[in-house]
Every structure is written in structure tokens, then in C-alpha cells.
Write a protein that binds this ligand. Sequence first.
Ligand code: PLP
Length: 466
Amino acid sequence: MRYVSTRGGAEPRDFEGVLLAGLAEDGGLFVPEAWPELSAAEWRALRGLDYPALAARLIARFTGGSFPESELLPLCRAAYGGFAHPAVVPLVQLGPHLFVEELFHGPTLAFKDLALQLVGRLFEASLARRGGEIAIVGATSGDTGSAAIAACAGRAGIRIAILHPDGRTSEVQRRQMTTVLAPNVTNIAIDGSFDDCQDLVKAMFADTPFRETMHLAAVNSINWARIAAQIPYYAAAALALGAPDREVAFAVPTGNFGNVLAAWAARRMGLPIARLIVGSNRNDILARFLVANDMSRQPVVPSLSPSMDIQVSSNFERLLFELLDRDPAATAATMREFRAGGRMPVPEAAWRRATALFAGHAVDDEATLAEIRATEAATGYLADPHTAVGMAAARALSLQGIQTVVAATAHPAKFPDAIERAVGRHPPLPSHLADLYERQERYIRLPADLAQVEAAVRSASLRNAA
Ligand SMILES: *Cc1c(COP(=O)(O)O)cnc(C)c1O
């Protein structure tokens, strides 16, 4: 299995190459040169596998010789063995045709654990055979940082430094990062915004001597390995609801377009997915695109679903590449125009192709709170604000008679203030995090200054060296 850049200007790589590279050197995103497809009989044969076995079987279609299924299976067992639910990604039925798939039973209570718990182990396995070490640096507004730290803490050959905007994450989110005391983990609170953090990370990658001596690596959602690791839970839900012999639909609360792109990939592999419903908060660029072919950037506004407070959905480029018949020159030109003018010119025919499958719906904070309240009153189910956005979109756009599965992307206890506002009480943290507020924290505070941040990353220790 080889991977090419959506912009056509990078050497093709194998899976391990794209795992370590993250972004392609031409600024594009890596995509499979050809999509693997399973026949109906092959899908049926997957029914009854437990989640780690299903994941290893499907991800092996993308890893090729880099990580054969026999090597993936123990890594998947280790990655998902620590989840707090025996089904890993349980389905809960809320209505005659409405389900939620709970993707938040991992160590940091958001769906990002499903990809990162495996990706941390893939990095470690790759370093073990190639030798060497890497430094993962990333910026977070909350969920990615804690999931990446939980995935990399104590792993051989890896140091990880995560920048978060001081005082601008929720306390649960901060503590999930700063109470991890493993010596290879450095948390840096930046005096600034999330954008300042992201700019510092970009500047570290652009500092070639620093990037090369430190062997910088990225774990943001443009890393193909994360998308590949998100495909199995769509397959698990679809198979449980009768695929490949019955169609299903998914509703996905969406920010960077990574999660819903994995659903698209599952369909491309042959699962009968009738509709993909994209839920947005007031940062509604994707909904505007799907409703009116208006992909124009607007300022980011803070919302009750902060992990979706995004205006440029990086992973959309992978779908764009497919909508443009995999034409890398057209993809590169479209992305250039978007960067320069703030509006993405998607040809009418390509937009129509997108809307034949995708539908988008945006809800504001009031509607999000109303959805949490109404769902709890009707079913007793407490949804986090991101999941509630997905539910509201599912209600608006689901297809008659087709089972719709909402991706429940975070545990409600991760966003206690919004839940309190919706239903008047604080959701308790699950038992493995019950003492989070008593745990010791460790982090450093720095101004948004590249030299000081690089010095802090450099001085972070490796587990082996500690
Ligand atoms: C990251 C995140 C999202 C958005 O996912 P994308 O893959 O960026 O679209 C939604 N909900 C939660 C809770 C998240 O952490």
C-alpha cells in the first residue's frame, strides 16, 4: 500500500513513511494510492469479531507490509484493552431508528483515544525496529493534547511536548494533561491563544535545524494513521446494524473533518452508508458548504463545543481530492485560492457529488443545550455538547427508515459547565478519573516566544534517559 500527496508534489511513501512524516512536504495530505475494497462476503465474515480483532483486520488493509495484521493485533489489543467498556465502542439505542456509538470510553474520555492509543504504539514499534527517537510537538485547545499525552507517556524513544493556551482550556482538560508526570512529557502553558500555540508549533516545524536534530513528529489529525484507526468503529456500528445487507447513516459532530472522513473511507471500502450528516456549531463553514457551496472562512467564535471551534477543516482536503477526481493540480490550485482569498472555489459538479452523500446542519449554543435537555428528558441519556450537536443534526437530516448512528465523541463529564447549564447538575467523572482534582500537576508557563519554547522541548527527557 502506497500513499500519495493530495497536491502531487511529494514522493510516494509506505504506511510507516506517512506515519512518521505527518504532512507531505508539498503541504498536501497523504492519501492511499488506491482504496482497499471489501466484498459483501468479506464484510459478513467480519461479524462477530471483537473490536481489537476487527480493528487489526481493517487497519491492515492500509498498513500493508509496514504493520501486517499479525503485528497489529497485539497492538490493538493493548490499545483498546484499557478502555472502560468491554465493547470498546458500545451502541446505545435512543429511538426506533436512532443510536449513539459511544467513542469516549478511552483514558481521556474523547474519541481521539481510539486513534491515538494505537498511533502511540505504532510510533514506538517503528522506533524499536528503526532505532532513533522522535519528539512529538503539538498544540491543543483541549482534547487532542490529553489524548496524545495519554498515548505517549512512558513510551520508549518518544518525548512529547504539548502547548496549550494558559487559562483557556477547561480545568478537566488541563488536568488531564498536566497530571501526567512521566518524564518524557512536557506541558507548556502559553501566555496567548490557541492560535499562538499553533503558530509556535508551525514555527518549530519550519525551523529546519531544530526539526532535524529533534526528529519532530506530529500527531494532529492530518496524520493518515489517525484516520485509518478511526475507520473500524464505523464498521463495527454498521455491521452490528445489519451491514452489508442493510444501509445505515452516520451523524458526526465535526471540526477538522477527520472523524467524518473516516466514515467516508469506510463507505469507500464498501460499507453501505446512505448518508453522512455533518454537525457543526456556530463555526459552520462545513454546513454552509454543504447547504449552499459556500466554503468561506469567518472568524472563529467560542462555543459550548470547543473541540469544533474551527474554521479551516484541514482534512477536507482529502475529500476535495476525491471530489476533483484525484487531480492533484486542481486540488493544489483550489487550496491555494482558499488560503489566499478565504473562499474555496468548489466546482458545481464536485459540490453536487458531495451533497449526494453528505448533508450538513449547524446549531448554536442554545439549540445545543436544548438538545441535551430534550434528549435527557425523553430517554434519560446525557449527551456531551459535541454529541448533542450531532444529535440535533441527525434529527434535522436523517433519512426515513434508515438507522442513524450519532458518533458520541466525548463523555459528558468532560464538559461539566455546559451540562450544568443544560440539566442543572454536574455529571460525575468516571471512576478512573474520580481523583483528577486531587492529583499533582506539573507544567511550565512560557510567553509565546519560539526560542524559549524550543529550549523547553529540547530539555524534555526521554524515558530511557531519565
Ligand atoms: C476533536 C473533536 C471533535 C471534532 O472531530 P474532527 O475529527 O476534528 O472533526 C468533535 N468532538 C470532540 C469531543 C472532539 O474532541
